[in-house]
Design a protein around this ligand. Sequence first.
Ligand SMILES: [Zn+2]
Length: 375
Amino acid sequence: MPDYGFSPIIGHDQIKEVLQRAAKKRQPGHAYILEGNAGSGRRMLAKAFAMSLLCENFGGGGRPMEPCGACKSCVQFLTDNHPDVKVVTHEKASLGVEDIRAQLVNDMQIKPYEAPYKVYLVPEAEKMTAQAQNALLKTLEEPPDYGVILLMTTNADFFLPTIRSRCTHLAVRPLPDSLVLRALTKKVQEAHDTSAAELSAEGNRPEAAEKAEAPFSAEEVSETEIRMAVSFARGSIGEGWNILSSGRFPFQKKMAKKLATEAGSLSVSGLLSLLKEWEAGDYPVILECLRLWYRDAILWKAEEEKAEKYLLFGEDPQLEETSRLRYESLERIVEEIDRAGARMKVNVRPENAMEILFLTLQEEYRRASVNGGNV
Ligand SMILES: [Zn+2]
């Protein structure tokens, strides 16, 4: 299967259909909003659409509704050399009026070099300042026939209503867990096959040595870890894959378990020294692993035998000990974990949010005298 176009994109069938039809009829809208979470597939959809619009053979002569991958335009696109495709970038934290003017508004006045369209991809479009949006608005009001703008955003509410009303809005919704699970399992398998093929073809090439040092080893990813990543991903294959391929997942899982099993006996200074090893990206994943641990404990408590197949930490004998906490305690802990995550999002220092959570854990454990709480 090719790794470009619509076919490798999992789910989002309705959006694909809308975009494929527009490309086939050669009647794209002038502006689209692709709204969805990070890693949800917005960029893949936007790129597949841009490539399809520009492909010389798209859908012609009974071909599938996919870019051909072989015409001059496709080759230019795949090597990031298409003169009529622009990705609008920004160096500062926000996407300012100068960025929009130079890279989009003024650039669009120049006719396409070769293709019938000029396509502008705008990642992180929610970062456009009000001034930048006003500059863009003028273009949206009177766009040249060939102009197509693809705004990618996590939240379309950041746009001026006048912008929203001039765009086709496509909501890139979270995928069902079953699809994310299938996709991640396949990606892990592919990564495994690739590294196995590289090993067998190795010789003493320098790249082989480099690969050996890469943090991600597909062989070490267990089915349980994939299922945990699915839970964390909340419908986004990209997010799930980030966790699995970061090389930090085994550490993150270990830390979550350590907190869950040792909070009763660990001191605050012990916690703080643990936190020194954590990187910024570890916090949300560790919190999610912790949440799963307690969710498992609740399930275990409710239905010891039936629950087994749903448990993510199921093989772990220490889960049973946690499950001896009262329901109220377990529920309070899960609420506190969610609260810690919310605090981190509003810029409370993550160390402080962890400390507050840790104190709740200690309190509940001591009360119940479990998991080392009987000190
Ligand atoms: Zn083509």
